[in-house]
Every structure is written in structure tokens, then in C-alpha cells.
Design a protein around this ligand. Structure first.
Ligand SMILES: [Zn+2]
Ligand SMILES: [Zn+2]
Length: 398
């Protein structure tokens, strides 16, 4: 089997990894670069142009850096994704398609995505792909065990172990994934100073304190960071209103229907979408409202409360705070930065390596692949370049 990381060996974003044998060729993720405006064209023969020679593309989750180039994939290539991940991508896309000046996917292409189930293998030619659910800031995210030519690779995708569902990662690896020949692992956080990430639970408890001490609270949070939303909703004090817009409400209601029976975390307390008829009640009882930077409507609502000492909980990556539109959106408000990463910290990466005991570690989704040297011990590390062919062995092409 051969692995080619077309993009992602030295960057975060724009992930696209090929796995191939003599008889089959699949991709894991086909993402857009983080700075999509300045992105270089990304064309692959047989995938985005020319006669199709790719059998399937599997998406780990709905984040744009993993599925953003969906529309460029030849139409006759089957696409696969988790069921909830696909639905959330659809809901998000419906909103974007109505917004001016924002790119959105072809809805037909999203509808065409086939869905897989956790731990149920899909066989494409002589490649077997088994998805396992992981903890990440996107809901319904997966890692893949890919087996072919007598060899196996674990492709982690984005994951972490400090979220609400993080405890499940290690047992899944031990019970189902076991030992693999190679590990393709994300390393997003490795260029950051903090070695260990705050748990989603500790963050939730800090947010709870702010909510208890403030009457009017706006929360800036990704509308699809489901576990963050669920955690915050679970600590909104009784009597305080939980407010959002109709788009955010449709995401919450979908998750409540999909997973509310399986986990109390996803039951979500009652949320209302904002209307002026609520102003009097919101004024009286206080509220926690989810807002998005860049929404003129949300800005207008925030301004209504500006003289009432509202607080803003900023619960996204702090790097975005450098952006002018976000600075302007938050200007003049008392702000709490309360966020933890959606990605694996060094302990999580070390745990995965120790658990699946790969013969070869291949870093990706990181700006500092060489930082993996700290975790691999005596194992072989392969610091690949984009587009380089990595032979996992067992390949009839050898
Ligand atoms: Zn992600
Ligand atoms: Zn990512």
C-alpha cells in the first residue's frame, strides 16, 4: 500500500491524503486551505480533472479544511461521510447559500454523499476502510483504519482526548484498532506554547461561573461546535433565557433529535430564537445568547444591550481575534476568552502512538512535523513532503 499526503505535511488546513494499491485508489479528506483566498490551485489527475481514476473520497468530518474542495471532485467519484456530519454540513450549507458573498457547496453534491457507520468496514476494491468515532470540536468525526496488501494504517483525522468524549478514544484504539503498521497523525497544537489543553469539562465550569455572575451574556462560538454548545447550554442558570437564531436552533434541534436519547449531554435545554417580542422577557430575566461575529443582526441585538453592561464570552480560537472584523464586532464589550482546542495535545498524541504501536509515524495537519520526534521513541518517523509517495510495504508495486 502507498500513502501520498497531497497537502498537509507542513500546514494546518487543506488536508488531502491518498491511499492506493495496484487495484484501488481512495482519498481521505479533500479540504480547503485555511486562507482560501490566497490558496494555490489544487488539481489532481483522475480526481478533479481528466478521466476518473479514484474509487472514493472519505471525509473524516465537516470542517472546511477537510471537505472544503468537495465541489472540485469529479462527479462520478462516490463520497462518504458520517450521517450526522453530512446533515450538519447540509444545514450549514443551506445558511451559507442564502448569505451574500459567501461560497457554498452544490447542494446536490452534498445530498449525494453516502454515509457510513462507526466500526462498520467499507470495502473499496482491495482496500478496507473502517471508521471509528473520535472526540473533536466537530460532531460525528472519525478516524479511519485502512487495510490493504496485508498492511494497516491508522489515519487519525482531527481528534482530541480532553473533550467530553475523549475518554473513549483509548479504549477504541485498544479494542478495535490494535497495532498498525503506520500512523498518519494530526499535530495541530504542537506549535503552541501550552503543552496540555484544558478539558472541555473544566472550561464548562469556568463558563458556568461567568453565567452565574452576569445577567446579559453573549457567547461567540462556532455554530457547529456541538459539544461546546451542549456544555454551555447545560450550565445556563435556571430562569435565564437561552437565545440563538433560527440557523443555530436548527443545528441544536437536529442534534437533540439525533442524539438526545443516547446521551444527556445532547438533550439541550429549551432554546428560543430571537424575536423582538422577547426583548421584555430577556431584559427582565437575563439571557445567554449565541452570536456570530460578522452577523449584522447579532451586532444590532448586542448594541441594544450595550449600556446594560453585557459580557461577551469569546469561545473560539484566539488567533481569530487578530482579524479586523472580529475586533470591530467585539469592540467596547467586557470580554472573557474561554476556549479550549478541538485538537490533540501532546499527551493525546503520545497515547495514540503508545497504543497502536506503529512501525512508522507520519505527521500531518501540523506546521511542525519535526515536533513528533519527541513522541516516537525508537519508532521510525517519516517527515514527508507534500505529494511524496510513502511506501507502507506489502505493495505489489514494490
Ligand atoms: Zn476539524
Ligand atoms: Zn482540521
Amino acid at each position: 500500500m502507498e500513502v501520498i499526503i497531497h497537502r498537509g505535511t507542513h500546514q494546518i488546513g487543506g488536508c488531502a491524503t491518498e491511499y492506493r494499491t495496484k487495484n484501488a485508489r481512495i482519498f481521505v479528506d479533500f479540504g480547503a486551505e485555511l486562507d482560501s483566498e490566497n490558496a494555490k490551485p489544487f488539481d489532481i489527475e483522475g480526481v478533479t480533472k481528466g478521466k476518473t481514476s479514484c474509487d472514493a473520497v472519505f471525509f473524516t468530518h465537516y470542517h472546511g479544511d477537510h471537505m472544503g474542495l468537495l465541489d472540485t471532485i469529479n462527479e462520478d467519484i462516490p463520497l462518504y461521510m458520517g450521517e450526522a456530519s453530512k446533515t450538519i454540513a447540509k444545514i450549514l450549507n443551506d445558511r451559507l447559500s442564502k448569505a451574500p458573498n459567501i461560497d457554498s457547496y452544490d447542494p446536490e453534491r452534498i445530498n449525494s454523499i453516502r454515509t457510513f457507520e462507526a466500526a462498520k468496514a467499507i470495502v473499496i476494491g482491495d482496500i478496507k476502510i473502517t471508521p471509528y468515532m473520535v472526540d473533536h470540536s466537530a460532531y460525528d468525526a472519525y478516524m479511519f483504519k485502512i487495510e490493504a496488501d496485508g498492511k494497516s494504517v491508522l489515519h487519525t483525522g482531527d481528534f482530541r482526548t480532553h473533550g467530553f468524549r475523549g475518554k473513549g478514544v483509548k479504549p477504541t484504539l485498544e479494542k478495535y484498532v490494535k497495532k498498525v503498521d503506520a500512523l498518519v497523525c494530526e499535530g495541530t497544537t504542537l506549535n503552541r506554547a501550552e503543552a496540555k489543553c484544558e478539558t472541555e469539562n473544566d472550561l464548562k465550569n469556568r463558563i458556568k461561573t461567568v453565567l452565574q455572575e452576569s445577567k446579559y451574556v453573549f457567547v461567540v462560538c462556532s455554530s457547529t461546535n456541538i459539544d461546546r454548545l451542549a456544555g454551555i447550554c447545560s450550565v445556563i442558570p435556571k430562569g435565564m433565557y437561552c437565545i440563538c437564531d433560527d440557523y443555530q436552533l436548527s443545528v441544536i434541534e437536529y442534534i437533540r433529535d439525533y442524539a438526545g436519547d443516547k446521551s444527556s449531554l445532547y438533550k439541550f435545554r429549551k432554546a428560543l430564537y430571537y424575536g423582538e417580542n422577547l426583548d421584555e422577557k430577556m431584559n427582565d430575566k437575563g439571557f445567554c445568547m449565541f452570536v456570530r461575529c460578522g452577523s449584522p443582526e447579532h451586532k444590532r441585538i448586542m448594541e441594544k444591550y450595550k449600556d446594560k453592561n453585557p459580557v461577551v464570552i469569546y469561545s473560539m480560537w484566539k488567533g481569530y481575534l487578530e482579524q479586523d472584523n472580529i475586533k470591530e464586532f467585539l469592540d467596547g464589550y467586557k470580554k472573557f476568552d474561554m476556549h479550549t482546542s478541538g485538537h490533540a495535545d501532546s499527551d493525546a498524541i503520545k497515547m495514540v502512538i503508545d497504543t497502536v504501536q506503529p512501525n512508522m509515524v507520519i505527521p500531518m495537519h501540523t506546521e511542525v512535523p519535526e515536533a513528533f520526534m519527541n513522541f516516537v521513541g525508537n519508532r521510525k518517523i517519516r517527515l514527508a513532503k507534500d505529494e511524496e509517495i510513502i511506501n507502507i510495504g506489502g505493495c505489489v508495486n514494490e
